[in-house]
Ligand binder design. Structure first.
Ligand code: FBP
Length: 702
């Protein structure tokens, strides 16, 4: 046996070439760190001022007027550049400041650039100013856990994705004690302002904190973050003040890149349907953007499902003098039929593969599921409010939870309580698979939101799809189309006359159809044999010729799926040019709002959907954007989320191209490859496609 040589591993590690390839400071990272986003024209001036812009009007909710009296009157504030400053502006603008910043909710690409923009602006105004980052989200404020953000920290995170510099969390500052602890932290740090970078719930929190800290003189500014893209602000006249939250574009591009790779793989190996669940709690904005980027064969848009009206059912009910409520909105079964239709049509032209995009929030738009979600939110919320312990600690297993629901149903049946859970709910709930029940009963987040990303939506839908495809196969309606040339070659190779067998086996033999379809009545080898014998092309007891068997086997579809979930990967992606530039300018806007003495405002950039030269930094009054929504079983004042507008150009374009993307015809698929995430501003599709298309419709700002 040969003796092993002693190897000096350290020599390898120290080798300059090894050092070059194992360093975490890759060329791509260095390029990002050195990238300098463009700044809006106003920021090229030494000072900025705020000018109230009364052209934009809102209709504040009475509850907001009552609960947020000190910030409800805020107007939209326009940030303007100024070369000169009077003493008052100079003193205030250049003052030494202490500012705290926190990330709240899910990560979104671009967050670090908000910090970078704010840091650069505040230290340019006064190098002694300090920026504190609260660790792990709002918990950091409550627990006084923070870090002072230094230039080195900023420089090593410029244009880089994730929220890793100070981390994030989902805690809601929603009780007197949490408010008091937060105030204490802000006072300890002598904060002039607190910046909350978050989604709808976090900006809701920002409004309540702005109200709470108003008398203390601590300003609170929100920043619109969420990959979901559901923070979009228009005034009552439809003027767009915030076209989309940051992070949306980068996440959509990250998902699109991966899904486009699946399109390439799928159309090469032609044996799988790739089922892609795409993040986005509730609204389908991400699904819509991804579909425009990639052109998948099938895409569901939740908002469209809720809008569906079954006219045939309505007419039938009218004739019978009744009302059929199930005719409004799609059921899970309807949706699965829709998917099957696409699969069967593609199979008929020989394409037994494809890509389906399912937004994670579609369940919210499916009648029967939405009802369960609302009822269970209420039951869990009520339980948590009236007991010392919470629902999920008391009822740990699914059986215990089902048992509790059963008790509620019994109580309501026997009339001892007016529980919203009745016997019918219980029966329907018991009909759904256990993993789905578990998903619907899963713990709500701290804001009372249903956690769609924990649901195996695609598994539920595809389960129904598989069941229905089986029925269609048994009925002979789901077949793979056979290419006529291949059929002819296969037969002739075995010395058989294709024209003699063709009319017996196929229902469209001799037609101009691109593919031959085996007759519906032939759904097994036995039936194929009987048909050939009946037509006397083979004798009784004679076996089916091998070539015919081969053709028949090729027409029998095997439905195989691969499920994928695109969510957390996109949240951690590096930002696109759009998000790098958007967020850096948001950071600069935050400083201008603080220097301009604003509070209860959300930093925003107007005209995002237009050329960069037209981008305009503004502050939007958060309190005016709030409405009442069901949370944890109660109505709460929260920032309104935007869902997909079914009249928007982006949606209408998708609608008109869906048939083309299904590609249930002889030609090739219409897949689109958007390429990798880059930050070159000259790319044609440098903005989200949804924004580009919606801008064509003139639905944006003046
Ligand atoms: P934010 O609204 O906080 O930005 O989070 C959005 C999101 O990424 C959703 O798309 C998704 O449903 C959810 O967070 C997942 O949350 P969690 O991180 O708790 O699993």
């Amino acid at each position: 046996m040969s003796k092993k040589k002693d190897v000096d591993w350290n020599a390898f590690i120290k080798h300059p070439e090894a050092q070059g390839v194992i360093t975490s400071r890759t060329p791509a990272l260095l390029e990002r760190l050195n990238f300098k986003p463009d700044v809006c024209t106003v920021f090229k001036h030494p000072f900025t001022r705020l000018e109230p812009d009364f052209r934009y009007l809102f209709q504040p909710h009475p509850a907001a007027v009552q609960m947020l009296p000190d910030i409800i009157g805020n107007p939209v504030q326009k940030v303007t550049g100024s070369d000169n400053a009077d003493d008052d502006l100079r003193n205030h603008y250049l003052a030494e400041r202490h500012i705290g910043i926190v990330f709240s909710g899910g990560p979104a690409p671009g967050g670090h650039n908000v910090i970078a923009g704010l840091f650069d602006a505040m230290t340019a105004a006064n190098p002694d100013s300090r920026l504190y980052g609260f660790i792990l989200g709002p918990d950091g404020i409550i627990e006084n856990d923070y870090v002072e953000i230094t230039r080195d920290m900023v420089d090593s995170h410029r244009n880089v994705g994730s929220f890793s510099m100070i981390k994030t969390g989902r805690t809601k500052i929603d009780s007197r004690i949490k408010m008091d602890l937060s105030r204490q932290t802000c006072k300890n740090l002598n904060l002039d302002a607190l910046v909350i970078v978050g989604g709808d719930d976090s900006n809701t929190n920002a409004a309540f904190l702005a109200q709470e800290f108003f008398k203390d003189g601590i300003q609170v500014i929100g920043v619109p973050k969420t990959i979901d893209g559901d923070i979009q602000v228009r005034d009552i006249n439809g003027n767009t003040l915030c076209a989309v939250s940051f992070g949306f574009h980068s996440a959509a591009r990250a998902f699109s890149r991966d899904i486009s790779n699946l399109c390439s793989d799928g159309s090469s190996d032609v044996k799988y349907w790739h089922v892609c669940k795409v993040m986005g709690r509730v609204a389908s904005h991400l699904g819509l953007e991804v579909a425009l980027q990639v052109h998948p064969n099938i895409i569901l848009i939740g908002e469209e499902l809720a809008d569906y009206i079954d006219t045939a059912r309505i007419k039938k009910a009218e004739k019978e003098g009744t009302t059929d409520y199930t005719a409004y909105g799609m059921t899970l079964r309807n949706v699965s039929r829709l998917i099957c239709d696409g699969i069967v049509r593609r199979a008929a032209v020989g394409k037994n593969y494809g890509v389906i995009v399912i937004p994670e929030g579609v369940l919210e738009f499916i009648n029967e599921i939405q009802l369960f979600i609302i009822k269970l939110n209420t039951i869990i919320g009520e339980y948590n409010q009236t007991h010392d312990t919470d629902f999920h600690s008391t009822f740990v297993t699914l059986d215990e939870q089902l048992d509790y629901l059963r008790r509620l149903a019994r109580q309501s049946r026997e009339g001892w309580s007016s529980s919203i859970w009745n016997t019918r709910d219980d029966d329907l709930f018991n009909d759904i698979p256990a993993f789905f029940q578990e998903g619907l009963l899963t713990e709500r987040d701290s804001h009372g939101n249903f956690q769609f990303s924990q649901m195996e939506t695609e598994k539920v839908l595809m389960g129904l799809v598989k069941d229905y495809l089986k029925i269609l196969r048994e009925r002979g309606e789901y077949k793979i189309g056979i290419r006529p040339g291949w059929y002819r070659k296969t037969m002739e190779k075995d010395g058989l006359d294709p024209d003699a067998y063709g009319p017996i086996i196929f229902k469209n033999y001799g037609s101009a159809d691109p593919c031959l379809l085996v007759k519906n009545s032939i759904v097994s080898v036995k039936m194929l044999t009987q048909e050939l014998q009946r037509e006397e092309i083979i004798r009784k007891n004679q076996e089916v010729p091998a070539a015919i068997l081969k053709v028949y086997q090729a027409s029998v579809p095997k439905f195989k799926t691969q499920n994928h979930f695109y969510g957390y990967d996109g949240r951690g992606s590096d930002p696109t040019w759009f998000d790098c530039t958007y967020t850096y300018n948001l950071g600069l806007t935050v400083f201008s709002l603080i220097a301009g003495k604003a509070t209860g405002q959300m930093a925003s950039i107007k005209n995002l959907e237009k050329d960069f030269s037209q981008w305009e930094p503004i502050g939007i009054p958060i309190a005016s954007l709030m409405h009442l929504e069901e949370r944890k079983g109660k109505l709460e004042l929260v920032l309104e989320r935007a869902i997909v507008d079914l009249e928007s150009p982006a949606y209408l374009v998708l609608k008109s191209l869906q048939e083309k993307w299904l590609a249930a015809g002889p030609g090739p698929d219409d897949y689109r490859n958007p390429g990798p995430i880059r930050f070159q501003s000259q790319d044609a599709d440098v903005l989200p496609l949804t924004l580009i298309l919606n801008n064509l419709g003139g639905s944006s700002s003046d």
